[in-house]
Design a protein around this ligand. Structure first.
Ligand SMILES: *[C@@H]1O[C@H](CO)[C@@H](O)[C@H](O)[C@H]1NC(C)=O
Ligand SMILES: *[C@@H]1O[C@H](CO)[C@@H](O)[C@H](O)[C@H]1NC(C)=O
Length: 396
């Protein structure tokens, strides 16, 4: 999900009051542009917002990102006809990975390091176990590089944050599921685009060393690179891969992500150069994200049409196959309504029908602090958990 750290990089200086544009979601979201009593809107931008407990947290002033930052140029693609061949899907393959992003440890992105329980939280193991018992097997654990590495990319890790993160990861993998380590950083560190490729590789070496013996861990190089040089995205991904392998972590899969928020709908335009990534273990999986609202941002509960799921993904399917790659849809979601439900079904049917290249999908998002957020898959009361669990389980 596109979130606050992006705004830090794109800020133009224009202050936006909390809720002035976009709704404040997250814990305590009342469904309107304010948080429920006892919660404060700590962040809001075009895509994402967070209510956190308490009243003391400052309201962040952020700027609305420029429209060019969003892949609006491809919005017109929604008007093209859906490819007929892909709609008669057969659920012919079992997803290797099927589950959720677990959001929480990356919350409070305007407050570093912030306080556990106030600005950020780790996933709820009971909730994860509930989802594992229902057959889901992959949990992408979001965290903030600034909290793990407070001094520099090559500096030592914060032991308390690392301990909690490790406990989450180990809980998941001990339960037999995959845990995806997701630095939810948009190719940025303290708001600045990461340009020190070697330091980024070292950061990954240092982290991968700690998980080198756990083959159920997956390394996700970074969440949603965006608005940065395309060659840099290639270099950062390659440095991460090389750094991970040099740490002796050779059994794990590596999820790479692309520029333009790793959007599937723009992948065949923006991310062609990433076909050149290499891995000595040949375990690269291309992670793409796709939302189905009009601007593809995942901020509206409305989906463009019942066919939009397939329409936005077919180009990526072709790209993967043409290039001999495999992929995972690492974020997707839709609002709780029948148009989105049909669009999501079409999307998942398409992924299954093309299981030679699509290895799985992860819903955005579960996590303990989502409150009434429209996409919340946190059991037992998350809006999407209640609306979509039966549908998603039928695709396991
Ligand atoms: C780690 O989790 C414990 C609760 O299990 C909490 O008391 C502590 O503050 C957390 N620390 C960090 C840095 O997350
Ligand atoms: C690129 O992907 C989009 C979205 O799936 C699709 O509409 C378009 O036809 C693709 N273009 C090519 C050349 O494959």
């Amino acid at each position: 999900m596109k979130a606050s750290i992006v705004a830090g990089a794109l800020a133009t200086g224009a202050a936006a009051q909390s809720g002035a544009w976009g709704q404040c979601g997250g814990q305590g979201w009342s469904g309107a542009k304010t948080c429920i009593s006892g919660y404060t809107c700590t962040f809001v931008n075009d895509w994402y917002s967070q209510c956190l407990p308490g009243a003391a947290a400052p309201v962040t002033t952020t700027a609305k990102p420029t429209t060019t930052a969003q892949p609006t140029t491809l919005v017109t693609s929604k008007t093209s006809s859906p490819p007929a061949a892909t709609t008669s899907a057969v659920a012919n393959g079992k997803f290797k990975w099927f589950g959720f992003s677990e959001s929480g440890a990356e919350f409070g992105q305007d407050t570093y390091p912030g306080l556990w329980g106030k600005h950020f939280i780790f996933p709820d193991n009971n909730a994860i176990q509930t989802l594992i018992n229902q057959g889901y097997n992959t949990f992408r654990v979001d965290f903030a590089m600034e909290r793990l590495s407070p001094s520099s990319l090559t500096g030592s890790f914060d032991s308390a944050y690392l301990k909690n993160l490790t406990q989450s990861i180990n809980y998941i993998t001990n339960a037999g599921a995959y845990a995806v380590l997701d630095p939810h950083n948009y190719g940025r560190y303290f708001g600045n685009i990461i340009t020190d490729v070697n330091a980024f590789g070292t950061w990954w070496t240092n982290l991968a060393k700690l998980f080198a013996s756990n083959s159920r861990v997956v390394f996700d190089t970074n969440n949603e690179y965006n608005t940065m040089p395309q060659d840099l995205v290639l270099q950062l991904n390659q440095a991460a891969i090389n750094g991970i392998r040099s740490a002796g972590a050779t059994s794990q899969y590596i999820f790479v992500e692309g520029n333009s928020w790793t959007g599937a709908w723009t992948w065949n335009v923006t991310n062609n150069n990433l076909a050149a990534l290499t891995d000595s273990q040949n375990k690269i999986v291309y992670q793409m994200h796709q939302y189905l609202d009009s601007d593809g941002s995942g901020t509206s509960p409305n989906c463009v049409s019942t066919e939009i799921g397939v329409q936005r993904i077919v180009g990526a399917t072709k790209w993967l196959r043409d290039n001999g790659k495999v992929g995972i849809l690492g974020e997707f979601a839709g609002g709780p309504n029948s148009v989105c439900e049909t669009a999501i079904k079409g999307l998942l049917d398409h992924l299954k029908a093309n299981s030679d290249v699509w290895q799985g999908a992860l819903w955005w998002a579960a996590g303990p602090w989502w409150g009434d957020y429209m996409y919340s898959f946190e059991p037992p009361s998350g809006t999407a958990y209640q609306y979509y669990n039966n549908l998603l389980r039928s695709y396991q």
